[in-house]
Ligand binder design. Structure first.
Ligand code: DX5
Ligand code: ZN
Length: 215
């Protein structure tokens, strides 16, 4: 069964408490938390004022996706805000090996995310050191975009690399994931599905989460 991580970005922010209660009662494994700085991506999301109270309510681990430049400055900050998994972008790090080591030293699982244009082959020399790779299946910055079909091929290639270099690697896909493409993604080798709009904009979000678990 895949890990399912609903993306908070698509939640109704006028009733966040209820949305988290729904996540707690659902079969969701993690809460995916998108942090955007308006520089690495053309959008600004949220930080401490949202994450701190939600950490008290949410019973699921925080899967934090940093879409920010210079993430090294904020690793401890996000640890203190309750990040269990901390994912940085390959494109935002000059010294990725050092960043990954620092995340792990802080006691979090370390993830690396790739934009759609970034080849999985660039991860060859870091793959053994990371816990998770997050393949973006849309250009980061916004929810509700169209899934990029090329993703399946990237997942298959990364799974092959991981079989050799890091069999425990968690492969996560983020962007435009829904009940239709989820089974194909799992088939290609995905372990964790992030889903924003397909979950939170549904009439019955918990039912969509259950459906994704059975993808
Ligand atoms: C996009 C974010 C995603 C987004 C996914 O930059 O990283 O996590 O919330 O939303 P959907 O599933 O609606 O594409
Ligand atoms: Zn994300």
């Amino acid at each position: 069964m895949p890990i399912v991580a609903p993306s908070l970005l698509a939640a109704d922010f006028t009733r966040l408490g209820e949305e988290i209660e729904m996540i707690n009662r659902s079969e969701a494994d993690w809460l995916h938390v998108d942090v955007m700085d308006g520089v690495f991506v053309p959008n600004i999301s949220f930080g401490e004022p949202v994450m701190k109270p939600l950490k008290k309510l949410c019973e699921k681990p925080f899967d934090v996706h940093l879409m920010i430049i210079d993430p090294d400055r904020y690793l401890e900050y996000f640890k203190d805000l309750g990040a269990d998994i901390l994912t940085v972008h390959y494109e935002a790090c000059n010294h990725l090996h050092r960043t990954v080591a620092a995340i792990k030293e802080l006691g979090m699982k370390a993830g690396v995310s790739l934009n759609p244009h970034t080849s999985v082959s660039l991860l060859e020399d870091i793959l053994a050191d990371v816990d998770l790779v997050l393949i973006m299946s849309v250009n980061p910055g916004f929810g509700g975009q169209k899934f990029i079909e090329r993703t399946y091929e990237k997942v298959r290639k990364l799974r092959e690399m991981a079989n050799e270099l890091n069999p425990n690697l968690i492969i996560e896909v983020d962007g435009g994931v829904n009940l239709e493409n989820a089974p194909k993604l799992v088939n290609a080798g995905v372990d964790a599905l992030v889903a924003g709009n397909s979950v939170f904009k549904a009439a019955d979000p918990a039912a969509v989460i259950s459906g994704l678990k059975r993808a």
